[in-house]
Design a protein around this ligand. Structure first.
Ligand code: THU
Length: 155
C-alpha cells in the first residue's frame, strides 16, 4: 500500500501571461529591489492579489541575528492577513534579484513559507495560484499550494 501524489508545474513565456500577472510580476520585481538582504545578497519580492483586487507586497527582511529575518512570501501574506483578515488570496507572484547562481531553473517558496501558504489556503477554501520568475527568466506556475506541498501539517 502506498499514498502517492503528483505535482504539476507549468511553464509560460512572459508575453503570453494575463495582464494582471504581468502587473504583479512588475510589482514583485520592484518590491525585490527594496528587500533587506545584505547577508545572503539574495533579494526576493512577493506580490499577492486578493480576490477583491487589492495588491499586497513583501520582500525578504534579514537580520544580524540570522534566524530572526523573514522571507518575502511570509512578509507579504502576513501583511495581507493583518490588514485584510477576511481577504482571500488568489494569486502570489515571486521574483528574485541575485547574482548568485541558483541550482534549479526557479526557486519555489521555502518549506516554512509553503506551510504558511498551505494553512491560509485551507482556511480560505480557495486555491492560491503561485507564479515564479525563474533565474532563466521563464515563468513557472502552480495552480494550488498543494502542488509544492502535497502533505501540509494540519491539526
Ligand atoms: N528567501 C525568501 O525570501 N523566500 C524563500 O522562499 C526562500 C528564501 C530569503 C530568505 C533569505 O533572506 C534569503 O532569501 C536567502 O535564503
Amino acid at each position: 500500500m502506498k499514498i502517492s501524489k503528483q505535482c504539476e508545474v507549468l511553464l509560460h513565456d512572459e508575453e503570453n501571461l494575463a495582464e494582471n500577472i504581468i502587473n504583479l510580476l512588475n510589482d514583485a520585481n520592484e518590491s525585490a529591489k527594496k528587500a533587506y538582504a545584505p547577508y545572503s545578497k539574495f533579494r526576493v519580492g512577493a506580490a499577492l492579489a486578493l480576490e477583491t483586487g487589492e495588491t499586497v507586497l513583501g520582500n525578504n527582511q534579514e537580520n544580524a541575528a540570522y534566524p530572526s529575518g523573514l522571507c518575502a512570501e511570509r512578509v507579504a501574506v502576513f501583511a495581507a492577513k493583518a490588514n485584510f483578515p477576511d481577504g482571500v488570496i488568489s494569486t502570489l507572484v515571486i521574483t528574485v534579484l541575485t547574482d548568485i547562481p541558483v541550482k534549479q531553473g526557479f526557486t519555489p517558496p521555502c518549506g516554512s513559507c509553503l506551510q504558511v501558504l498551505w494553512d491560509i489556503q485551507n482556511r480560505q477554501k480557495t486555491p492560491i495560484e503561485i507564479f515564479i520568475k525563474g533565474a532563466d527568466n521563464q515563468i513557472y506556475s502552480v495552480n494550488n499550494v498543494n502542488q509544492f506541498l502535497p502533505f501540509g501539517f494540519e491539526l
